[in-house]
Design a protein around this ligand. Structure first.
Ligand code: GDD
Ligand code: MN
Length: 378
């Protein structure tokens, strides 16, 4: 071995100068299918941060397009670049949190990996960091713009921003921004209270902090995307509403519970429609109620799997045992359901009241047991 190479356990011979500088800034780039943007991102970041020791951490949710491999290949040449690859998990907020917690530098910045955020904002944010705990790159201050959003998205963004500011009392002009810089120590303190679901990481950070934060805003132009596709969909908007409910209720009504209730509500409507239909075609009450119960049960399984437990969704062949377990658990609930409903109906109450009473008994049982045995404990 050449004399420049250190022994594995020897530190002499290694000069500090031979090691890469300790980063002052860690740049976190969440990615999902952004292979075509990785190289351009890194060139842009390097240009924006001339003279600043930095590292870049991509957090990739096992993108099918091989984003993680592309990052790793670059990391072989440039040790400042690395990739956290997550398997079996999806979510922008969670990816940002994991990236920030893995950072080495005292300051961390989060920026989209699709070049819609102007990378030069990294420099602007860093320049403002000495007098701030959090620097927000805002599209809604002088010099910023949201031109990259289409009409529908622009309207969605403004509505959500208005709601966040009014309902949660957030002062920032752009709590939905996906680009910001923050002290790592602060993230570390807040992390246990942050929710990994959804897109709204900045909003979450700003409402999680009990102590006042020094927040500074810098303008950012949000550009149109020219490579790849946006992953933000209407579900994102619904996630935002559940996050609002969670925050407004002081953390008691969990997003999952909101989803479960919504699915239950939809199932109940379906149930009543089927019950009424059964009665209309002349079925006996218990028979109609049984059919309505099985129908609602099946639809509840499907909807909970897609919405409530999206992050733990069962798919493919695993759906069969899950569905069977669901039926088994709900079977017991259904017996109680039909029993209670028939009893109420025979007591002279209206058909729909009887249907509701039976369904409520079934729903409570379903939630408790299926959250334990079908989708696993949270
Ligand atoms: N790891 C990971 N996991 N990354 C993700 C995921 C995910 O599930 N979903 C999206 N990303 C990455 C994308 O690859 C991209 O780099 C970045 O997060 C932003 O995602 P986009 O899909 O491009 O979002 P957008 O452009 O529609 O939304 C932007 O504007 C919103 C406000 O209007 C983003 O900046 C959002 O953060 C912002 O809230
Ligand atoms: Mn984007």
């Amino acid at each position: 071995p050449s004399s420049a190479e250190p022994e594995s356990d020897a530190t002499d011979g290694v000069t500090a100068g031979a090691l890469p500088a300790v980063p002052r800034l860690s740049v976190i780039v969440p990615t999902f299918n952004e292979r075509g943007n990785v190289e351009r991102m890194l060139v842009g970041i390097d240009g924006a941060l001339k003279g600043v020791p930095y590292e870049v951490i991509f957090v990739d949710d096992d993108s099918p397009d091989g984003t993680a491999d592309t990052v790793r290949q670059i990391g072989e040449r440039d040790p400042r670049v690395r990739c956290i690859r997550r398997i079996g998990r999806r979510g922008l907020a969670g990816a940002c949190i994991e990236g920030m917690l893995a950072a080495q530098a005292p300051l961390v910045a989060v920026i989209d990996g699709d070049l819609q955020h102007d990378v030069n904002v990294l420099r602007t944010m860093l320049d403002r960091s000495p007098d701030a705990d959090l620097v927000v790159a805002s599209r809604y201050v002088d010099g910023g713009s949201a031109d990259g959003l289409n009409r529908r998205r622009g309207a969605m963004s403004r509505t959500a921003t208005g709601m966040a500011r009014r309902i949660l009392g957030i002062k920032t002009s752009d709590p939905m921004s996906g680009c910001f810089l923050i002290r790592r120590a602060l993230v570390e303190r807040l992390a246990p209270a942050l929710s990994p679901n959804g897109f709204k990481i900045l909003l979450d950070i700003m409402t999680a902090s009990k102590e006042p934060m020094r927040v500074v805003e810098v303008p950012m132009a949000f550009a149109a995307r020219d490579e790849g596709d946006s992953k933000l969909d209407s579900r994102t908007m619904l996630d935002f509403v559940t996050l609002l409910i969670f925050k407004v209720s002081g953390g008691t009504i969990s997003p999952r519970f909101v989803w479960f209730s919504a699915v239950g509500g939809a199932g109940l409507v379906l149930h009543l429609l089927m019950l009424k239909g059964g009665l209309l075609v002349g079925l006996g009450f218990a028979v109609a109620q049984s059919i309505a119960t099985i129908g609602a049960m099946t639809s509840n399984f499907a909807m909970n799997n897609v919405f409530t437990y999206r992050d733990r969704r069962v798919s493919g062949l695993a759906m069969l045992p899950a569905l069977l377990k669901f039926y088994l658990i709900c079977g017991a609930g259904a017996v109680a359901n039909v029993g209670v409903a028939s009893w109420v109906f025979e007591g002279g109450w209206r058909w729909w009241l009887a249907g509701v009473a039976g369904s409520v008994i079934g729903a409570v049982w379903n939630f408790a047991m299926t959250s334990l045995f079908v989708w696993g404990p949270s």
